[in-house]
Design a protein around this ligand. Sequence first.
Ligand code: URA
Length: 211
Amino acid sequence: MTNSNVHLIDHPLVQHKLTLMRRKDASTNTFRRLLNELSSLMAYEVTRDMAMQEVEVETPLETMKAKIIDGKKLVFVSILRAGNGILEGMLSVVPGARVGHVGLYRDPKTLVAVEYYFKMPKDMHERDVVIVDPMLATGNSAIAAVERLKELNPKSIKFVCLLTCPEGIAALHKAHPDVPIYTAAIDRQLNDHGYILPGLGDAGDRIFGTQ
Ligand code: URA
């Protein structure tokens, strides 16, 4: 990658599932299942540098020191509503993680993100945050979510999406160069309506069958 703060997750399983999701005739059921599977695969990469601690374990044969992660320190923050499509897969891999929600809608004329909901676990300053939203398009929602979360002073913030485009990466990187972006693909461009091309359409509509 040209930008070291962008992690392109190009594992064959991830790429395969993403291709199936892009198909316009993929049913809501199929789209949701694939998103779920894909999100759990992405979680491996996103959590690769999670802090671990040593605990004592008694095996049937001896006592040993072994490593565990403290999932409770991790917060997945879903940008509503499409972010919820990624949550289930992430939680299947880190079931102890806490979950926060940010409600933002895009003003259809200005494409600016407007906040209508914000609910986080306590003690955010002790936690590592992973923001999830399937599409990093204009970057406006991502930038607004990161700004709000930074007010709570978490230990770290990562941003995870399925798909992005050069415009989205540039916008988020310009506003928050310290936030790494994890994505399964970087598509060609943004269109005039803020959609990613070739993309996969409206992720929220496809997850919830509201198209
Ligand atoms: N949000 C979507 O759901 N799709 C896009 O292509 C861009 C933003």
